[in-house]
Design a protein around this ligand. Structure first.
Ligand code: FAD
Ligand code: MLT
Ligand code: ZN
Length: 509
């Protein structure tokens, strides 16, 4: 499924509160300059009027996130078309201490791409050219604003695949993916962007252009500086170009969608899938019943495992397994043998396997659709965590119990703020997504959830962000996953490269 921001029509029509109102403890830092008519004139001369947005109606989509949780008050959005223009923008902003927020496809889930106050938005969407592709090595070079799906479709024509896939592919930018170190659905197979990104072009806060658009897989000369920017969420530089190693596109892809009784069975099936499907296993995703019920409300079509006449099946957990390989017969045989054996052992109770491209997409919809479905009732509190597999699902159960004890949750009673708690994720990567679906954002709910969830994760030696990042949401909680010395080093780096603190303030740490 390809998610596009146009899908907003599904969301609650409630007005989104300003972030500064929802979080009144955070104050605008008076060290930052304010935009003046001269500022606008400078940027209009540099970029042209159509790339210097000041109209409030046009600004609104850049000022709000797709969860309708965060809302900024920026009066200016700039849309540079070249790296040189990005450099001129930052040079000017640094000189006049104007705070900025880099923005890619604005699909981030932690409020990182949204201004908190009046920061200038720098949208990379006009920096969107595919620069080059090497057929032999599989190295793709792109501008940061190229949409992930566009890059992948381009690669498909060459027999290659982008080594990252996620539900927001129709809107998110490759620059945004690198800035968040996005994980996605096939990390299990292709690894993290820390491995596949070979080089970056980055504009530093003072306007300096750092060009390391390498095509080298091996380079041991000094610190690997690009790694600093992967996952830096726009706090120390604006990524303008990405060089990335892309694998060959698998010729045979299968999806199996399975129903299971317990989380225990999910873990055992994962272990068996790794052992028995080995090199063809490309995704292993899990979903609980509640996540599928929430998605049913949103997709409004019967579930793939529903028997004739019923709308929804009766399993507690669901698993989506994807295999990708080069020989269909071989893969079909391997998957069939695996499914027979896990069903014989009663780990898996029921399942369907995609027969064609359209079924494959339908099955993925029931996994990828959870994200959007979670905001269906009004809003969602999202927790994206790394945890040891054996205890992972306990967090979902304990969160639900806590909300029940606080009398804040009911599927049927619309006077309760919480509709349901859903758990799903990239179990193959030890990554749980815990979504608390709400009718509206509510401070009492937030207080029950935070810092309880972060403390819980810390006690189990997990991470409070597996893939979505820190952004605005988790900036006060990094201490639950990083030591004091690590936080000090992060702050030192930030202060060193961005001494005026103009890049994405009020976020990250
Ligand atoms: P934005 O949201 O615009 O920005 C994200 C952060 O990066 C911000 O801090 C911003 O300032 C910074 N930034 C953006 N571009 C640049 C740049 N060029 N230079 C410097 N900083 C920049 N995430 C996952 O990891 N895995 C998933 O499976 C996944 N699935 C998703 C599914 C859906 C339906 C949705 C809505 C989101 C999903 N996400 C997922 C979250 C999101 O899509 C990713 O974080 C994505 O990488 C963000 O890219 P973007 O271009 O939208 O960045
Ligand atoms: C996902 O895996 O679906 C994404 O990380 C997005 C989300 O959890 O909303
Ligand atoms: Zn995810």
């Amino acid at each position: 499924m390809s998610f596009k921001l146009l899908a907003r029509r599904f969301y609650s029509s409630k007005i989104v509160k300003l972030t500064s109102e929802s979080y009144p403890n955070i104050k605008r830092d008076s060290k930052y300059g304010k935009i003046t008519p001269q500022t606008i004139e400078f940027f209009q001369n540099l970029l042209g009027s159509s790339s210097t947005i000041t109209d409030n109606d046009l600004l609104s989509s850049y000022n709000e996130d797709q969860m309708r949780k965060y809302k900024g008050q920026s009066q200016l959005c700039l849309k540079p078309k070249t790296t040189e223009q990005v450099s001129q923008i930052l040079k000017y902003c640094n000189e006049f201490k104007l705070a900025v927020v880099p923005q890619g496809g604005n699909t981030g889930l932690v409020g990182g791409s949204i201004p908190v106050f009046d920061e200038i938005i720098i949208s990379l969407s006009n920096l969107n050219k595919i620069r080059s592709f090497d057929q032999v090595s599989g190295i793709l070079k792109v501008d940061a604003g190229v949409v992930l799906e566009t890059a992948d479709s381009y690669l498909a024509e060459q027999g290659y695949i982008f080594p990252l896939d996620l539900g927001a592919k129709g809107s998110c930018h490759i620059g945004g993916n690198v800035a968040t170190n996005a994980g996605g659905l096939r990390l299990l197979r292709y690894g993290s962007l820390h491995g596949s990104v070979l080089g970056l072009e980055v504009v530093l806060p003072d306007g300096t252009i750092l060009n390391s658009m390498n095509s080298l897989r091996k380079d041991n000369t000094g610190y690997d500086l690009k790694q600093l920017f992967i996952g830096s969420e726009g706090t120390i530089g604006i990524i303008t170009g990405v060089s990335i190693l892309c694998p060959s596109r698998p010729k045979a892809v299968n999806i199996a969608f399975l129903g299971l009784d317990s989380y225990e069975a999910v873990q055992k099936t994962f272990q068996r899938a790794k052992n028995e499907l080995c090199e063809i296993l490309s995704a292993f995703e899990f979903m609980d019943k509640e996540s599928q019920l929430q998605t049913l409300k949103f997709l409004k079509t019967s579930h793939p495992l529903a028997e004739d006449g019923e709308e929804f099946p009766d399993y507690n957990f669901y698993v989506l397994i994807e295999t990708s390989g080069s020989n269909k017969e071989h893969d079909d045989f391997k998957l069939e043998t695996f499914l027979e054996s896990v069903m014989e052992d009663e780990l898996v109770l029921n399942g369907v396997v995609s027969q064609d491209e359209s079924q494959l997409k339908t099955l993925w919809n029931w996994r990828e659709g959870i994200s959007e479905a979670s905001t269906f009732d009004g809003g969602v509190y999202k927790y994206d965590v790394s945890l040891p597999l054996p205890v992972m699902y306990d967090l979902v159960n304990e969160t639900r119990t806590r909300l029940q004890d606080a009398d804040l949750i009911s599927i049927d009673d619309s006077t309760k703020p919480v509709v349901d708690v859903v758990g799903y994720g990239h179990i193959g990567d030890g990554n749980l997504h815990l979504n608390v679906c709400v009718r509206e954002y509510n401070k009492n709910v937030e207080k029950v959830l935070e810092p309880f969830i972060y403390k819980w994760i810390q006690n189990k030696n997990g991470s409070i962000s597996a893939e979505h990042g820190l952004g605005f949401q988790k900036k006060n909680y990094i201490g639950y996953s990083k030591s004091e010395i690590e936080i000090k080093m992060i702050k030192d780096l930030k202060n060193h490269y961005d001494p005026n603190g103009i890049l994405n303030p009020y976020k990250y740490v």
